[in-house]
Design a protein around this ligand. Structure first.
Ligand SMILES: CSC[C@H]1O[C@H](OP(=O)(O)O)[C@H](O)[C@@H]1O
Ligand SMILES: Nc1ncnc2[nH]cnc12
Length: 311
């Protein structure tokens, strides 16, 4: 079984969103499902192997069969479990609405910015209850990962889809879609695409020092565009069914490159900032919280002198 052991570590995580509930084109070699200090994840993690024997850890964001709405997803548990088994890089697929004429349904988008329009009801930090840290969220996605994915845009072009890069994503609460006034407001703010799941996923990945990039698949023009049908689940699912094959092709093209970049240490620059992000003093830190965080930060907490030896 995959675990914390450096030899066995599965370093790449893939999160599937609406329409992507499994990676059936890869060989399943293991399944992982255990409780984290933040509860159970949305689905078991599938460890799958590509034809070159390279492993990824796949997790379905809404659970198999799509049973969690965006506000109910146990995102802390999802990311904590991926981190606990050794994941350092996450490619997260998401179905999005397009707020721009040029981002056509079935196009792919790599956002580089987020505007958060969720309502604060989703737990969005690991640092609370007497053990506090603050991370920079200025760049919510990982640019090295984005560039690496963008290099493979020809795979999508061959299928008639364009891959757009460096766009702004607005994340709404849902589950109902936006009003026309909201959709037009987001356009006036400079937003290019809309979904319901980037927050808190991107924020929590940042707190865990995981290099994270959403790969968005446009399924509709939301409700702003005159002459176009207003978004429905049926529309999203139909376009996602067509998009799923392309997302698997893209993933296959990326994996060897990603494996090489990890071996070359290209993501090391994404690590180390948590050493300087804690602000709570050891004297007042909540020991229960320290124990919980050891699940995801065994080394850093030790180095900073927080230890569950207190117990
Ligand atoms: C099924 S339509 C709305 C739903 O689809 C997207 O999900 P995901 O990001 O997991 O692909 C969107 O964010 C909403 O959750
Ligand atoms: N129009 C839309 N709004 C929010 N999330 C979406 N996911 C797919 N289409 C969407």
């Amino acid at each position: 079984m995959a675990g914390n052991n450096n030899e066995d570590r599965v370093r790449i995580g893939v999160i599937g969103g609406s329409g992507i509930y499994e990676v059936d084109h890869l060989k399943t070699i293991d399944e992982i499902y255990y409780e984290t200090p933040w509860g159970y994840p949305s689905s078991k993690i599938t460890i799958a192997e590509d034809p070159c024997g390279f492993k990824i850890a796949f997790l379905s964001r809404h659970g198999k069969g799509h049973k969690y709405n965006p506000s109910e997803i146990p995102t802390r548990a999802n990311l904590a479990l991926l981190k606990n088994i050794g994941v350092e890089v996450i490619i997260a697929f998401s179905a999005v609405g397009s707020l721009r004429e040029e981002i056509k349904p079935k196009d792919f988008v790599l956002p580089d910015q987020i505007i958060d329009r969720t309502k604060g009801i989703r737990p969005s930090t690991f640092f609370e209850d007497g053990l506090i840290a603050h991370v920079s969220f200025a760049d919510p996605f990982n640019q090295i990962l984005s560039e690496l994915i963008y290099k493979h845009k020809n795979v999508l072009e061959e299928e008639g889809s364009t891959l757009h890069q460096n766009k702004t994503l607005v994340c709404m609460e849902g589950p109902a879609f936006s009003t026309k006034a909201e959709s037009n407001l987001y356009r006036s703010w400079g937003c290019d695409i809309i979904n319901m799941t980037a927050i808190p996923e991107a924020k929590l990945a940042k707190e865990l020092e995981i290099a994270y990039q959403m790969v968005c698949m446009s399924t509709d023009y939301d409700c702003w565009k005159q002459g176009e049908e207003i978004v429905t689940v049926e529309m999203v699912v139909n376009n996602m069914t067509k998009n799923t094959a392309n997302s698997k092709k893209l993933l296959e093209a990326i994996l060897p490159d990603l494996r090489q970049s990890l071996s070359d240490g290209k993501f090391e620059s994404n690590k180390g900032y948590m050493n300087h992000s804690f602000i709570t003093s050891k004297e007042v830190a909540n020991k229960e919280q320290v124990k919980k965080l050891e699940f995801v930060f065994p080394d850093i907490l030790n180095r900073l002198g927080f230890s569950s030896d207190w117990f």
